[in-house]
Every structure is written in C-alpha cells, then in structure tokens.
Design a protein around this ligand. Sequence first.
Ligand code: SF4
Length: 339
Amino acid sequence: MTEQKHANVALFVPHAGCPHDCCFCNQRTIAGTSKPLSAEDVTAACDEALRTLPADRRAQIAFFGGSFTAIERETMEALLRAAQPFLQSGRFDGIRLSTRPDAVDEERLRLLAHYGVTAIELGAQSMDDCVLKACGRGHTAADTVRAATLIRRYGFSLGLQMMTGLPADTEDGARRTAKALAALRPDTVRIYPTVVLRGTPLEARMREGRYTPPSLDETVALCAELLAYFEQTCGIPVIRLGLHDGEALREEAVAGGYHPALRELCEGQLYVNTALAVLTHMGPPQPDTVYTLRVHPKAVSKMIGQRKRNRQRLAREGYTVRVTADPDVPLWEVRAEKG
Ligand code: SF4
C-alpha cells in the first residue's frame, strides 16, 4: 500500500471578540487589524489547495486560533458548511480545529461530528489552577479533564497543548502538567514556551518586574526534557514545539522562549545529553583521543548541533568527537568508540 502524504489547509480564526483575558495573548491589540474568517475564505483556500496539491496528496482542513467552538454558532456552522463540498470531493479527509477546554460540550461535539471534524486540540496550557488563574485563562484543569474525556468518548482524535514559562509556573509545575496531560492519553501534543508579545498584560508585568521570562537556555533544557517524556517515555508525538516562526511574530516578540528552530535546539540538547552519558560511562576523557559517535543517519545534524554547539560542548568536557551515520543505530541512541 502506498502511504498517502497529508497537507493542512490552515485557516486562522481570529477571535477579536474573545471575552477572556489571557495575559500572554495579543488578540486585543490586534483586534481591528485581523479580518474575521468567512465562508468565502474557506472556499477560496480549499480551491487553491485543490489546484496546487499533487494528485497523490490528501489534505486536512485546519481551523487554528484557539477558540473555534467559542465563536457564535451561526458563524461556526457557516465555516464548517463551506468545507463540506471539499470533504465530499475525497481530496480532503477531515477537519481539525483547536479550542478552549471550557468551550466543549456534548451538543457542540455532536455538531462537529456531523460536519466531519476528525481532530480536536485543546489549549490546556497548564494543569495547575493557580497558574491558570495567574494567566487569566478563565478555565480550570478540571475543565481540561472533562473536555478531553468527552472528545475521546465521541471518537475524535485528541490533541493537547501546553505552555512552559507561564507566570506562577515552575519547571516542576510544567513536568506535572506534562504528566497530567499524558494521563489523558492524547494522540498528539504541542508544547509552546511562553513568548512575551508587545502590548500584552504579560509585557506590562515584565516591565514592572513582576514576571521574569525563562532564558532561551532554560527553555531549551526544559522543553527537551518534556519532548523526551512525551515521545520516548509515553509514545505520544509532539507535533509542534514553539510558535510558528514568521515576520509578525519576530516583530511582536519582546522576550521569552522564542527561537525559529526551537525543536532542533531541543533535539540537539537530547543528543548531547545522551552522548555525554555514553562517553562518561567509557571513563574520563583521554587527551589526543578522538571519539567516534555513531547515530542514525537522520540524527547526524542533531548530534553535531546547531552551529556545531554540541561538538563545542563536548570539547569543553574534554572529548574530541567525530560523528558518523549508522543506519543500524536507532533514533535517539548514540554509540561511542575510541578512534
Ligand atoms: S482565550 Fe485567551 S488566548 Fe484565546 S483568544 Fe481569548 S484571550 Fe486570547
């Protein structure tokens, strides 16, 4: 059987009328500049995808923006209705969307199932009510548990999103959130380190000295650990790590865990940690000895690290290394030998 490749037709649903006040969100400052998504926009985007998609590719229609099921029902149904002819064409195999945990109930789930929605992602952000309160999220951890359970019961694919570096959160708090989310058995996870955006309440707090964003190094260390926890320990794919890079984000981000290649940095961190553990196990570094690190062919650049940072890190520990590709080495493993 030939594996079919998928693509997403990504449609952003701005939520300018959102009644909530998440401290990291800039919807209020961008309200008025972002046009609401219309049924015509959905048709145009799907038509365009049909023209450009290779014949062997199927696509999913993805409504992003965080609060799809919180928008008024008439608008929500108009957007879903516009997607129907494309689902029926056979070139699209489902709709995915993201929403808030407190905007999920049985009535809305029945409606989403009726319109061919296949995957729902919840912006859980934290499973600590104190953190959720400090962020002004307007929902609780119990809302996430209830919504996730309902989504699974209705047979949708479940995605969960968490954030790190939130006000009132700690690294241990983020680890506890990851554990609580994994216990809900999601099909996918996204991890978003907090980015301080211009004009947000979080920026004001930071300027007043009431919030200190984690450094990039701290963000990478924590997110690498969470990535390993979800993917290697729990077998749950992390389908996104870090906000999508783009001009708008680069202009709006004033501080926080932002890097255009955050996942690459985290994966590199995991590889250097493993290499160090393997090398240390072989004994103290010996001068004038080159150590060969063998990794899966797909992992060579991760082992070397962005701008060779892993090679430099190992050199600082006294190890001169060369990295070679070996298809017999599984992903995430590092084998080392002298010479
Ligand atoms: S729920 Fe929070 S993050 Fe989402 S649009 Fe409203 S204020 Fe922004």
